[in-house]
Design a protein around this ligand. Structure first.
Ligand code: ATP
Ligand code: MG
Length: 650
């Protein structure tokens, strides 16, 4: 974005006030913004008191060696105790913690008392395997309760976990095991995906043949599918055999607030994944507070469901640590949204009476593509707050979500955050904010974020630029594992004293923040910086388009030209004249400068395992280049299909 700030093309004027009944009983009111603005550190010190500390902290923030932060440094706590035991001690042992729904239709519910027993046994099991505080444990699992139990057991003994997506290859697993130098791997024989058992253990076996993984001494294996798997005597141990014979009580040890909790690799949307390090006290404070505030959680009555995979940060913060630290009842679903039918998610909402739903724009757009009639078959009236995370949500997808899932009644909270930020940073509050479709809008109380220009100066309302966080926050990453220099270079070198998130954003006339996609994805067309997100949203606002991905391809005349890949809605066929109609539609919505030069209908888009569109691969296609790193793609065959559709002269 050298010569001009991001063009501010889109105007979205629809507004949705918080429903009166949500506002009347909201966990957080507008007063929280004022309190935090007056005394930011005092505000966070108060939020830290949401947790149970073995030694309550007297310090809040130590910023004496920026950007290496310490939060609540003289406090001591056990994260697992906070997520499990204290709820049992408070008399909520019979409350369901997890309603597990397996893909084949098996289900079981685990109360907090049962979770305490299982986590305690698993903690003893890890100790028997020689795991000590500080040792890293890799977790490569399907979406089953044992995954949550394993994470909490690691936290309980102070062993940082590194969860790797169950769908990643042996190579991706091996590099993550090596980078974190993990000593133990927890896995399963397999999990159910798309109606069939899908093996996991063989990928672990293969990963462990790599020299970098030589330090792994034990592999703990959960039996989920019962499929035949290879077995290495002396190294492999069945989870059930080891945990069943452990005592069901375990005394958690308190660790320093800055004790490492986990390492998690970013999605790899923009390049080689980074091992993000999170620690205990500050992280848990922010995920607990944000889950309480953004979802307006009432633990006695709500049923929360975050559809993310635990292998993604959203799963860490809003399946495991946020909801469980708040004593929530939540749903954990193993499989895909279309197994055995396209209404599976809505059937689950109906079955468990889900009240708070958290999902990603990619899923919402997929449901739009499948058709409105599918959710209409189910009773979704229990829902009261809907959340979105992972990518900018196109206004049309936001409206669809509210209307067809939320019955035109529920607030929709568009939450902006990253693996690096640990918890939500920018989001409307359901009982406070008048919502604007497609905007994350306001930094949460206690968070200081703004949009700056090339020189790091805050832009005026109505202008675009770079999203930065201007003050440290409790759940901020502490470093990139083993690479402090990359931590400094990636996040802290672009703007003096500010955290640079890598995302473009604009401030509207009211000063509300709209995310415009990654800076790497911004296009430069005839001297104008144009946001991929805005062009995609314009395409998705056309009734025939369900999903769109836009990239800038090198162009001799205009520096870059806009190239769009689109998926048609409800299986519509490509008609004569559609491409011209779409180009005219974008010109009408955003102006002629944003009109795509090429539009290519496709069946699928390349996505990361966390559901984000990988524009860099589409750029490779649009520019006829060799594809870059595809290891974090869900399905690499998608790229072959897209390439096959391209006219060879392109
Ligand atoms: P990598 O950093 O390896 O390229 P990644 O950025 O996709 O991967 P994540 O940490 O999972 O890894 O994703 C964070 C990014 O997701 C944000 O920087 C932003 O680009 C996007 N994002 C998340 N939530 C939102 C949102 N509500 N609105 C807009 N963008 C969002
Ligand atoms: Mg990122």
């Amino acid at each position: 974005m050298s010569n001009e700030s991001l063009a501010n093309l889109m105007t979205e004027t629809r507004r949705f006030a918080p429903p009166a009944e949500v506002a009347a009983d909201a966990n957080i009111t507008a007063a929280a913004y004022e309190a935090a603005a007056t005394d930011r550190l005092g505000f966070w010190a108060e939020q830290a008191r949401r947790l149970s500390w073995a030694t309550p902290p007297t310090e809040t923030l130590d910023w004496s060696n920026p950007p290496f932060a310490k939060w609540f440094a003289d406090g001591r706590l056990n994260v697992s105790y906070n997520c499990v035991d204290r709820h049992v001690e408070a008399g909520h042992g019979d409350r369901v913690a997890i309603h597990f729904e397996g893909e084949p239709g098996d289900s079981r519910s685990l109360t907090y008392a049962e979770l305490q027993r299982d986590v305690s046994r698993a903690a003893h099991a890890l100790t028997e395997l020689g795991v000590k505080a500080g040792d890293r444990v890799a977790i490569y699992m399907p979406m089953i309760p044992e995954t949550v139990i394993a994470m909490l057991a690691c936290a309980r003994v102070g062993a940082p976990h590194s969860v790797v997506f169950g769908a990643f290859s042996a190579d991706a697993l091996a590099t993550r095991i090596e980078d974190a130098d993990a000593r133990v791997v927890i896995t399963a024989d397999g999990g159910y995906r798309r109606g069939a058992p899908s093996a996991l253990k063989p990928a672990v076996d293969e990963a462990l043949t790599r020299p970098g993984a030589a330090n792994v001494r034990s592999v703990l294996v959960v039996r989920r599918t019962g499929q035949d798997i290879p077995w290495t005597e002396g190294r492999d141990v069945w989870w059930h055999e080891l945990t069943e014979r452990q005592p069901s009580e375990h005394t958690p040890e308190a660790f320093e607030a800055e004790h490492p909790l986990f390492i998690l690799y970013t999605s790899g949307t923009t390049g080689k994944p980074k091992g993000i390090l999170h620690t205990s006290g500050g992280y848990l404070t922010q995920v607990s507070f944000t889950h309480h505030a953004v979802f307006d959680l009432k633990p006695e009555t709500d049923v929360f469901w975050c559809t993310a995979d635990v292998g993604w940060v959203t799963g860490h913060s809003y399946i495991v640590y946020g909801p469980l630290s708040n004593g929530a009842t939540e749903v954990l679903y193993e499989g895909t949204p279309n197994t055995p039918h396209n209404g599976r998610w809505w059937e689950i909402v109906q079955k468990y009476g889900v009240t708070l739903l958290y999902t990603a724009p990619t899923a919402i757009r997929t449901c739009m593509k499948w058709g409105d009639d599918i959710p209409a078959k189910f009773n979704l009236t229990s829902l009261r707050v809907l959340g979105s995370v992972g990518e900018p949500i196109n206004p049309e997808a936001w409206i669809w979500y509210r209307k067809h899932i939320g019955g035109d009644r529920t607030p929709v909270v568009d939450t902006w955050w990253q693996t690096e930020t640990g918890g939500v940073m920018i989001s409307p509050l359901p009982g406070v904010t008048e919502a604007k479709p497609g905007a994350a809008q306001v930094p949460l109380p206690g968070i200081s974020a703004t949009v700056v220009d090339d020189n790091g100066t805050e832009v005026p309302n109505g202008s675009g630029g770079y999203l930065t966080v201007t003050e440290p926050w409790p759940s901020m990453l502490r470093t990139i594992w083993g690479d402090d220099q990359r931590f400094l270079d990636t996040y802290w070198s672009r703007f003096e004293g500010k955290y640079f998130a890598g995302d473009g954003a604009k401030k509207d006339a009211d000063g509300d923040i709209w995310l415009l996609g990654r800076v790497d994805d911004v296009m430069l067309v005839s001297g104008h910086n144009i946001s991929t997100t805005e062009v995609e949203s314009a395409l998705v606002s056309h009734p025939k388009i369900a999903e769109a991905a836009v990239v800038g391809a090198t162009d001799p005349q205009t520096t870059q030209s806009i190239c769009a890949f689109v998926i048609l809605r409800g299986g519509a066929a490509e008609e004569e004249g559609l491409i011209d109609e779409l180009r005219a539609h974008v010109a009408k919505e955003l102006g002629p400068i944003a009109k795509p030069k090429r539009i290519l209908p496709v069946d699928e888009l390349p996505k990361t395992r966390s559901g984000k569109i990988m524009r860099r691969l589409l750029r490779d296609v649009a520019e006829n280049r060799q594809l870059g790193d595809v290891t974090t793609l869900t399905d690499s065959a998608v790229m072959d299909l897209i390439q096959a559709k391209l006219p060879t002269a392109a």
